[in-house]
Write a protein that binds this ligand. Structure first.
Ligand SMILES: Nc1ncnc2c1ncn2[C@@H]1O[C@H](COP(=O)(O)OP(=O)(O)OP(=O)(O)O)[C@@H](O)[C@H]1O
Ligand SMILES: [Mg+2]
Length: 244
């Protein structure tokens, strides 16, 4: 699904990603861990192709196509989708209209809105004045409508109350076809999480720890998260390096 080879990215002239290698297969869910400022969101922005995140070396292959220099809307059309850590507001575009623009029927839009308890927000401008938790639900709602082959999900649970975390987790499971056997799944996902709450509900296949723009270790996501919680990021790196 996704192959990233030796990716170096600069933002505002400063290096943020320093030789990232990553492979995500069809049907897999990967998790990114790492301290604040490590470059996790920047990696998502580089995969989406936002122009501020300038690729200086390496390449991004998506579904066997080199997308390194494609604009974001072309990548979205090919099947890449993102749920932002801090989503932009779209003044003048209602959530419902966005669903229509994505070619969905009224029935489908309402079904997904129901699933994410967003009925009351369908006729408001996208994300404008939404509470933190409402914004996160609106982001996942937009991904459900878009149906991307690879969903990049940046901190879906941050600022979300305990009940709504459950709702978001169910929606992500649906989005990533978790009800099907892995070999039949067509969709993949990469999830960034600090709290790990989402891992309790959405089973992930592989975890990666990003520090200072580099993936310093990879492994079983739940074990990695427990290690990080107990010992911190630096100790986690040591431990996993031993097992490589
Ligand atoms: N548009 C930008 N302009 C200037 N600096 C940026 C920009 N985007 C990212 N950076 C810098 O790049 C580094 C990585 O940022 P990034 O948002 O990718 O971190 P992160 O791992 O997602 O952190 P967090 O866990 O806090 O969300 C930070 O030092 C950040 O200030
Ligand atoms: Mg971030």
């Amino acid at each position: 699904m996704l192959l990233i080879e030796n990716l170096w990215v600069e933002v505002e002239g400063q290096p943020v990603l320093k030789g990232i290698n990553l492979r995500v297969k069809s049907g897999e869910t990967h998790v990114l861990f790492g301290p604040n400022g490590a470059g996790k969101s920047s990696l998502f922005f580089a995969i989406m192709g936002f122009s501020r995140y300038r690729v200086v070396e390496g390449k991004i292959i998506f579904k066997e196509r080199d997308i390194t220099h494609l604009p974001p809307h072309e990548r979205a059309k090919l099947g890449l989708g993102i749920s932002f850590q801090r989503p932009p507001s779209l003044r003048g575009i209602k959530l419902y209209q966005l669903g229509k623009l994505m070619g969905k029927s009224e029935e489908e839009i309402k079904r997904y809105a129901e699933m994410l308890s967003l009925n009351g927000l369908l006729y408001r401008d996208v994300n404008l004045g939404f509470s933190g938790g409402e914004m996160k639900r609106s982001e996942i709602f937009q991904l459900l409508l878009q149906e991307p082959d690879l969903a990049l999900i940046d901190e879906p649970e941050s600022g979300v109350d305990v009940v709504n975390i459950g709702i978001i987790a169910e929606a992500i499971k649906k989005l990533l076809q978790k009800d099907m056997p892995i070999l039949e799944r067509k969709r993949s996902g990469i999830i960034i999480t600090h709290t790990g709450f989402i891992l309790e509900k959405v089973k992930a296949d592989r975890g990666h720890l990003l520090m200072d723009g580099k993936i310093v270790c990879s492994g079983n996501p739940e074990e990695m998260f427990n290690e990080i919680k107990l010992k911190g990021y630096k100790e986690c790196v040591k431990c996993w390096k031993k097992t490589l």
